[in-house]
Design a protein around this ligand. Structure first.
Ligand code: ATP
Length: 215
């Protein structure tokens, strides 16, 4: 079996237990050597990212700190220009020449795959695991749904070296989103059940997503 390297990108505005629990679950069932957690510097799909890269990066580092085999990676901040997934993937492929690189994404993001920069090129470079996300069925986008390979399972995907496949995977459902966290903070409600303890403390300490910080 080839070495397996995962890429999990996101705005992480902020990171929450939906991100960490699903990645921990993937690590339990798939023998990844590592998963790179890559916060976007200039998210292409979310123009109004609310918090700075520095804050988001720090919170992601705290959240994934105790999950073995995850590495929080700041390459998108170091690169000039917008955060295109294809550029990140090309860089990782150059570094991990003998590995099978798998892009990990939630079903909501994958539904919009045909709006990503050079998306067809991206699909030809790496395999994809699309995590089923509660309330975001892939069937909402026919194009995305049709791209899923329904004939192979995850075991086949990790073994096959040459062909690039896209597989949908049922993960332990976690009905949490960054929008929900932001909404809770804004309304002065607790977020203990949505983010890790350290991230919760960090949000409070820096008044992130607080109404005081809104323009
Ligand atoms: P927002 O609510 O602002 O849209 P988000 O919760 O989707 O944010 P992102 O940083 O955009 O968070 O997500 C990064 C990646 O994690 C995306 O591929 C997304 O689909 C996936 N993801 C986020 N939350 C979950 C979840 N609860 N279960 C599975 N995948 C998730």
């Amino acid at each position: 079996m080839p070495r397996l390297v995962g890429i999990f990108g996101g705005t992480f505005d902020p990171v929450h237990i939906g991100h960490t629990r699903t990645i921990a679950y993937l690590l339990d069932i798939i023998p990844f050597e590592k998963i790179l957690i890559i916060p976007n510097a200039l998210p292409v799909h979310k123009e109004n990212s609310q918090e700075s890269f520095q804050h988001r990066f720090k919170m992601v580092s705290m959240a994934f700190q105790c999950i073995d085999k995850t590495f929080v990676d700041d390459r998108e901040k170091l690169r000039n220009g917008p955060s295109y997934a294809i550029d990140t993937v090309k860089e990782v492929l150059e570094e991990e020449t003998d590995a099978k690189v798998i892009f990990i994404v939630g079903s909501d993001s994958f539904s919009e795959i045909d709006s990503w920069h050079k998306w067809e090129g991206l699909l030809s470079l790496v395999d994809f695991i699309v995590m089923k996300r509660p309330n975001h069925p892939l069937t909402r986008s026919k194009k995305a749904f049709d791209l899923i390979n329904k004939t192979i399972n995850i075991k086949d995907l990790v073994k096959k070296r040459k062909i690039k496949n896209i597989v949908e995977l049922k993960v332990t459902p976690v009905t949490v989103s960054s929008s929900l966290v932001r909404q809770h903070v804004l309304e002065g409600r607790g977020v203990e059940h949505l983010v890790s303890k350290k991230v919760g403390e960090y949000l409070k300490k820096h008044n992130l997503y607080d109404s005081k910080n809104l323009p």
